[in-house]
Write a protein that binds this ligand. Structure first.
Ligand SMILES: [Zn+2]
Length: 203
């Protein structure tokens, strides 16, 4: 049996219920022999048509969530599609739908013949529930914060570079002063030629 779950409902919870429902149905209808070939696709049913939503909005009325369980199956086939609501999950309704589609798969076409599932046969569904699938959605990174952090990092690098340059300038200025003192003392350099351009940076 293959379950293709396209909803936000937990796949394991759905599988447990489907297996139990099929066991119960087998008990009543006889063993379904193609169980391993069964392919069940579960989707979200559509919400209200947009004109209904708009009309409610216009009148300021609140719209109750649409509890729509619908499905289709191949007569005598192996595939069925079950549509379930997005907002809430009622296990008994889901099993009612699944059992109905199983009747088509078992070869019954007529809805009159299929009839409705006896509520007594659905009592077991009270012990079952379906949770939401845990999604590993990464928290959304604030783009402005990310860019600000990038600016901070860039600024830190520039500050380090400036400090390194300032140290180098200090060192070369000391050397300049050393040579100027010697050259002035031995007359090779005249006082007015003393260059102190770097000092401007420091004072
Ligand atoms: Zn039907």
């Amino acid at each position: 049996m293959k379950i293709i779950n396209k909803t936000n409902w937990n796949t394991n919870d759905l599988r447990k219920i489907i297996i139990k429902a099929l066991n119960e149905d087998d008990r009543i209808e006889g063993k379904f022999t193609r169980r391993n070939k069964l392919e069940i696709t579960i989707k979200h049913s559509k919400g209200y048509p947009s004109w209904v939503v708009d009309s409610y909005k216009r009148n300021g009325k609140e719209l109750a969530p649409r509890q729509r369980y619908s499905g289709c199956a191949y007569l005598n086939g192996n595939r069925m599609r079950l549509c379930v609501p997005r907002e809430a999950f009622i296990v008994s309704q889901f099993v009612r739908l699944f059992t109905h589609e199983m009747s088509h798969i078992r070869g019954i076409r007529s809805h009159r013949l299929i009839g409705d599932v006896d509520s007594k046969d659905l009592e077991w569904t009270r012990n079952y529930s379906v949770g939401l699938e845990k999604t590993n959605v990464k928290p959304k990174v604030d783009l402005q914060i990310k860019r600000y952090e990038h600016v901070l990092a860039a600024l830190e690098i520039k500050k380090t570079q400036l400090k390194r340059l300032q140290n180098q300038i200090k060192k070369w200025t000391q050397k300049k002063n050393y040579y100027e003192n010697i050259l002035l003392a031995n007359g090779k350099l005249k006082e007015d030629k003393k260059i102190d351009v770097w000092d401007k940076i420091y004072h």
